[in-house]
Design a protein around this ligand. Structure first.
Ligand code: CMX
Ligand code: CO
Length: 140
């Protein structure tokens, strides 16, 4: 079952400047930085609130580290902005993805990959989700 909005992914050109905007403007301070080589991004998870399932909701600010990454391609076409949404699941993300695939939605990866903070992730194709790139997250 999907139990929370895990994060909203926001693509940016300058990670530090964008984090500073969210800190200065809204007062979000709980920031976790990491690099995900496989996804081709540097990122910051800014915690917004805890959720009823014992997890939390975040903004995921992402800056591409490679020109051939999905986020670099998206930024070149669209400029900065909301790139994807991510739902948290309370079970194995592979099982969640398999059930959704059974409803005719394309799942992007054959097996889960590594996401932020030790999570396991997969993505649903935006063209099968009314234009929204949708991520599934199983927290660590
Ligand atoms: N949201 C909505 N639509 C999107 C989109 C997005 N983020 N990215 C692409 N699209 C749309 C495009 O607008 C395009 O539509 P049209 O054909 O109508 O113009 C179509 O999808 C194909 O787009 P594209 O630019 O040709 O890009 P690709 O098909 O090469 O890649 C996708 C699209 C979704 C397969 C790719 O971005 C992907 O694999 N994403 C998953 C990985 C990812 O995004 N990682 C970064 C985040 C990491 C994290 O969250 O941890
Ligand atoms: Co994400």
């Amino acid at each position: 079952m999907l139990t929370r909005i895990d994060h909203i992914g926001i693509a940016c050109h300058d990670l530090e400047a964008t984090v500073e905007f969210y800190k200065a403007t809204y007062g979000f301070t709980d920031a976790h930085f990491e690099v995900n080589e496989e996804q081709g991004v540097r990122e910051c998870m800014l915690k917004i609130n805890e959720t009823g399932d014992g997890a939390a909701s975040y903004l995921q600010l992402i800056e591409p580290i490679r020109e051939d990454s999905a986020v670099a391609k998206w930024l070149a076409k669209n400029g900065e902005g909301v790139h994807h949404i991510a739902f948290g699941t309370d079970r194995a993300v592979a099982d969640e993805a398999a059930d959704i695939a059974g409803k005719g939605v394309r799942v992007l990866y054959d097996a889960p990959r590594n996401g932020s903070m030790g999570s396991l992730i997969n993505f649903l194709h935006p063209k099968d989700c009314h234009g929204v790139l949708t991520e599934l997250v199983q927290k660590a």
